[in-house]
Design a binder for this molecule. Structure first.
Ligand code: ADP
Ligand code: MG
Length: 692
């Protein structure tokens, strides 16, 4: 809701010289208000505040120089060009122009004094500038810029000059900005005021260290980063508070079904599983909906934790919906839950996508009638036509892209009359704790930090693909022992079609070399039924060697599989390799993973492969991944669930998180009104969900 008195929220068209056409172009840059313009930060700066002696200007830098024209020539090489030689007291330099008029040539006659701005390059014989901006210096002195010149991300039809001018207009338009972070908090964290931060960023004094400004180290930029991070943190904390005020279908404090499940399991739970299950049980007894993230490394036994939560809900006559990211995974959960829950006389229903119309319809009827206790499927489970009788719990498994917006949407979709279902989100993606506290601050957070006992370390070796023969022998031996093998073909290019083709070829080749082994193939282009059929055969042990694309990356569980070969392992990221490898070592047998690579290995590929050989700990692997790839990639949208920042970079600025959390708390206590405004300023989600 814009307060008309706030100049920041006014349309850019209120600024001098912006018509509808310019406004449309600016909108392409995401700029519609004065505030947007002020928060559109420079990506570079130019220094036009001082003149460099020509001799001291280094190659590759953009500088301002001044000199006298020695002579100007037009020459013909591959094309026609004008060469203007100038000199100052220290050296000579060449200005090279490909586009020029004869008037220009005349004006650049010898003896003329000029000032140029451009990048110094190494030419054929001497240093030069190509198409510098220049000004002829006549009698009057030309003034120098007194601040660094910002250079903004631009778009077609919006020139740098325009952006600079408009930004200056915007600064003039907002002479006394309201600061949403009060003075005492600013002082405590050594943050400049918003006004002065913006002033510095758009007009940095000549002595500013540009590198600091661009890397978020400069106090002016830190101030904006800090504010944006506070806004995200506050918004999520507020969501959490709101969630706690919503009504849920609280469950009874009885766990008969769960006890029955425990009694029938062939193993006992790990301490971590028991602890997390207890946390879920307590959450679900609350009169407000649970929103909890459970993180556990591959193989830590998350499915069982989910089953326990499901039983708590079912015990109170509520239904459960479980969503998995792929059909294969959903199908596997379906099998697991049937194995575990059918002996307890519970109804487990598979909800296939609409493509299987008939099956789809009968599943839906069971759901709506309340016959179903737990429904399992992909996102098909939450399409419009799906009606539960009394949905009490939604479980989301391994959805990397499941961000806060999706959580909210799901909450609304699952609403039962006035009541909201509990939500349990499970992930194997290791998110460092501080990061989780911010990106998932709307959720409670549990970690299953223990693997079931007796898990074998997965012996990991790297072998050049020239030694395939040895591997063939190894596969034969494993299969002869009655154990099973995965052969994973990785992405050749972005194209799934090519990937599948490669898998088909690998499959044929292996069959030729291993005539007695039963081999099958699963890839992303097969439909759900086909995939399921293949997976079932593998699970039952009828197939000995499964050739697969990376569709099996998450969750697939076949304990008898004890060898995995990953082809072209050098192409995959560390976390993905870790996930893949987690498909073996799930049973009692010693397992191994062979990383086949195409030599020579690049430096980073070598480090990745080495890391896998050395550790099996998901958190450690995430840490190394971060180290190798740098922040941006690892915790891009994939792992942080689509939190989008304009200025902050969550990984680069991670060190600010503890302070951001403290400061947010302080602001909440001191000025709730400012909290609202801060969220409004930076986050455009809130409105979208109020009226879903
Ligand atoms: P993930 O956390 O990767 O989803 P799963 O839930 O698929 O792991 O569990 C991996 C395997 O470990 C399954 O075969 C499961 O039955 C088994 N498992 C789970 N908990 C235990 C336990 N406490 N002791 C032994 N095996 C367990
Ligand atoms: Mg799992």
């Amino acid at each position: 809701m814009s307060e008309p008195s706030n100049p920041l929220l006014e349309s850019v068209t209120s600024l001098k010289g912006i018509g509808t056409q310019m406004a449309e172009r600016l909108a392409k840059l995401g700029i519609t208000t004065v505030q947007d313009l002020l928060f559109h930060l420079p990506s570079r700066y130019q220094d036009r505040t001082r003149i460099y002696p020509i001799a001291y200007a280094t190659i590759g830098t953009e500088v301002l120089i001044e000199g006298t024209v020695v002579f100007t020539d037009i020459i013909f090489r591959k094309r026609r060009m004008m060469l203007c030689h100038i000199e100052d007291d220290t050296a000579r330099i060449l200005l090279r122009f490909f586009y020029f008029s004869s008037a220009q040539q005349t004006k650049l006659s010898s003896g003329t004094k000029i000032r140029c701005f451009g990048e110094i390059r190494q030419g054929y014989q001497q240093r030069e500038m190509i198409h510098p901006e220049y000004k002829i210096l006549d009698e009057q002195a030309v003034e120098m810029e007194n601040t660094l010149t910002p250079s903004y991300p631009a778009t077609e039809g919006v020139q740098q000059r325009t952006l600079r001018r408009l930004t200056q207009e915007a600064l003039l338009f907002t002479p006394d900005l309201e600061d949403l972070i009060p003075e005492n908090i600013r002082q405590h964290y050594q943050l400049p005021s918003l006004q002065s931060a913006l002033q510095t960023i758009h007009n940095p004094p000549p002595e500013t260290v540009v590198a600091d400004l661009l890397s978020g180290q400069h106090p002016a930029q830190k101030r904006l980063i800090f504010e944006e991070m506070m806004a995200h943190h506050l918004s999520l904390s507020q969501l959490k508070l709101q969630t706690k005020q919503l009504p849920s279908l609280a469950i009874n404090k009885s766990d008969t079904l769960y006890q029955k499940l425990l009694a029938q399991l062939p193993f006992t739970l790990t301490g971590a599983q028991t602890r997390v299950i207890q946390e879920l049980f307590e959450d679900m007894q609350q009169p407000s909906p649970m929103h909890r993230l459970v993180q556990g490394d591959v193989g830590s036994g998350k499915t069982l934790v989910a089953a326990a939560a499901a039983l708590f809900a079912i015990e109170s006559d509520l239904q459960v919906g479980l969503i998995a990211p792929t059909e294969i995974l959903a199908e596997q959960h379906y099998q697991n839950f049937r194995d575990w829950l059918e002996p307890l006389n519970l109804e487990v229903t598979w909800v296939p996508g609409k493509k299987h119309a008939k099956q789809h319809r009968s599943s839906l009827e069971d759901l709506a009638l309340g016959i179903t206790d737990i429904a399992i499927g992909t996102h098909a489970l939450f399409q419009k036509d799906v009606q539960f009788n009394q949905l009490g719990l939604i479980i989301v498994d391994e959805q990397h892209r499941f961000g806060v917006d999706q959580r909210l949407a799901l909450r609304e979709k699952g609403k039962q009359g006035e009541h909201y279902p509990h939500q349990l989100i499970m992930t194997a993606t290791p998110i460092p704790r501080t990061l989780a506290m911010t990106t998932c601050a709307d959720l409670d957070y549990s970690v299953i930090d223990e693997l079931p006992p007796g898990r074998q370390v997965i012996k990991t070796v790297a072998i050049a693909n020239t030694r395939r023969d040895e591997i063939i022998t190894r596969i034969q031996a494993i299969c002869d022992q009655g154990r099973q093998v995965y052969w994973v073909c990785t992405l050749i290019e972005e194209s799934e079609a090519l990937q599948c083709q490669a898998a088909e070829q690998a499959c044929e080749l292996l069959q030729e070399n291993l005539p007695t082994v039963s081999i099958d193939l699963v890839h992303g282009r097969m439909n759900g039924n086909q995939k399921d059929a293949v997976m079932q055969m593998f699970k039952k042990g009828k197939t000995q060697l499964l050739v697969a694309t990376t569709v099996i990356e998450v969750g697939v569980d076949v304990p008898n599989a004890s060898l995995m070969i990953i082809e072209n392992a050098e192409r995959l990221g560390l976390s993905q390799l870790h996930q893949l490898r987690g498909r073996v070592g799930r049973g009692k047998d010693a397992s191994s993973c062979v990383l086949l690579y195409q030599p020579p290995l690049s430096e980073t590929a070598y480090r990745r492969i080495n890391a896998l050989r050395e550790t099996g700990d998901g958190f450690e692997i995430a840490r190394i991944d971060l180290d190798i790839r740098g922040p941006g990639e690892v915790f891009g949208t994939r792992q942080t669930g689509e939190l989008r920042f304009r200025i902050a970079d969550l990984m680069r600025d991670q060190h600010l998180l503890p302070q951001v959390q403290q400061a947010s708390l302080a602001l909440q206590q001191q000025d709730p009104n400012a909290v609202e405004k801060l969220i409004q300023r930076w986050i455009h989600r809130a409105d979208d969900y109020v009226n879903v």
